[in-house]
Write a protein that binds this ligand. Sequence first.
Ligand SMILES: Cc1cc2nc3c(=O)[nH]c(=O)nc-3n(C[C@H](O)[C@H](O)[C@H](O)COP(=O)(O)OP(=O)(O)OC[C@H]3O[C@@H](n4cnc5c(N)ncnc54)[C@H](O)[C@@H]3O)c2cc1C
Length: 383
Amino acid sequence: MLLHLTQTHQQLQETAREFADKILIPSADRCDRAEEYPAENVAKLAELGFLGILIPEQFGGAGLDNVALSLALEEINRGCASTGVTLSVHNSLLSNPLLNFGTPEQHERYLPKLASGEWLGAYAITEPDYGSDAASIETSCRREGDEYILNGTKAWITNGSHAGVIITFATLDPSLGPKGVCAFVIESTFPGFQVGKKEKKLGIRGSDTVQLVFDEMRVPAANLLGEEGEGFKIAMHTLDGGRIGIATQAVGIAQACLDATVAFAGTKTQFGRPLPASQLVAHRVADMATEIEAARLLVMRAAMLKDAGLPHGKEASMAKLYASELANRCARTAVEIHGGAALGRGAPVERLLRDAKITEIYEGTSEIQRLVISRHCFPRDKK
Ligand SMILES: Cc1cc2nc3c(=O)[nH]c(=O)nc-3n(C[C@H](O)[C@H](O)[C@H](O)COP(=O)(O)OP(=O)(O)OC[C@H]3O[C@@H](n4cnc5c(N)ncnc54)[C@H](O)[C@@H]3O)c2cc1C
């Protein structure tokens, strides 16, 4: 339990915890096995107001902060990481940049529908050939009168086939590098927008991951987000917030691994004594519990800095790096302590092991987080 949580924070956390225990944990295995988008969960989260956590009350949202978002995301991801990433992308990668960089007209048009859940949000920067190296994207944009025309393919886009509104990125001229990148708010009904192939995945199988194809897609000039050439800056700023969301997801998965391990070991007897009586098992559980608290504090520190309007890029990367690698360690430990029982289909730790892996990859791999953190350690290397 962290100190200084407001009553609102505590209530939100309690609501999310109850939702995870009653709705998500019992259905997470089914969602994973069927590789089915958790539409019912998302609709219920919309009813609870979780799709508008960061959106001001004047637009129908809850008007809360990033600490609130992290408290909610940890619980939701503890219950079901497929539902958790859906919520994280909607709030951190769509609502957040729209709030930060959108015009009053863009706020009026999009925020109420995002807050109510009428429209789900997505964020599309990755392309088949460019993930970590996002400044090299090839999706092109050109201005024609009151419109921009976009051509290209985006890959691995979470929420892509269910989203009504998406923030995407395209270049005016690849030779300009990051300075040529523009950000756009697009709608799935824009002419030339198509949903491409659906990805089949190792983990978070219930989440919606697709390619998006822009074929002479016509985007009103009013849907440019920020100024021409500001897209890369917007993308990186947005990912700082998104990384707090994925770090939180990793803490939720790690906590689920700990909960499952404690529940399993508590009922198991080996060599004539309960499993927790073995010091080896007890110490591994103690290490998990301690490291999860450390990861949670890193997440909260990054969220608090963001809420205070202070630089938080290094802290977000540290939280994501530490929490995602921890989630994978916890998942491996949980599987090992479960023994053979872990490998049966329907054992929660089998799914958690698969779900944990992605937290080390999306929104910047562990290598990219180390690169970001090291640049802060050697400030003269910063460009
Ligand atoms: C399930 C899933 C959901 C996703 N959701 C979204 C989404 O909603 N929106 C979106 O835009 N993208 C999304 N992505 C894409 C994701 O962000 C990228 O996969 C990620 O950024 C890595 O890019 P890549 O896959 O192209 O790998 P690459 O960039 O090709 O990297 C391959 C390997 O090289 C390493 N590497 C690359 N550059 C360096 C370097 N400079 N130094 C050291 N090592 C390096 C990487 O760490 C990695 O190990 C998603 C991906 C997945 C799998």
